[in-house]
Design a protein around this ligand. Structure first.
Ligand SMILES: [Zn+2]
Length: 120
């Protein structure tokens, strides 16, 4: 399963980014996920939960922000955001498109739980 490997690499990065003491306080891992990455967000969250259960990171969960796909036409320079996959420029119908965003899979932020939970 594709998502399992990705969940594993996210986990590896998180482990490298926090100390052993901080690990148990990790609450959210904010991810930016492009629509073209081919990753199913629900599936990725599920896999991540599965691999962190019974580890020091068991309280951690993914907060996935889905990024729209943005193309730029190489011919006329028109930029447009797509929902369904389109492979022609909306302006000039050229198929020569450059992907500006949509393939990303980035860890944006690792959020730790506050020591004092005063806001609850
Ligand atoms: Zn065009």
């Amino acid at each position: 399963m594709h998502e399992l490997g990705i969940a594993q690499s996210i986990l590896d990065i998180v482990r490298q980014s926090v100390t052993e003491e901080q690990a148990s306080a990790v609450r959210w891992i904010r991810i930016r996920l492009g629509q073209l990455s081919g990753v199913v967000p629900d599936s990725l969250e599920f896999c991540f939960k599965a691999i962190v259960s019974d580890t020091t990171l068991q309280k951690a969960a993914l907060a996935i922000e889905q990024m729209p796909t943005v193309f730029r036409c190489k011919k006329c320079g028109y930029r447009f955001q797509v929902n369904d996959l389109e492979y022609l420029c909306r302006e000039c119908k050229s198929p020569e498109l450059e992907i500006l965003s949509g393939k990303e899979l980035d860890i944006v932020e690792i959020e730790l739980e506050e020591e004092s939970d005063g806001n609850l």
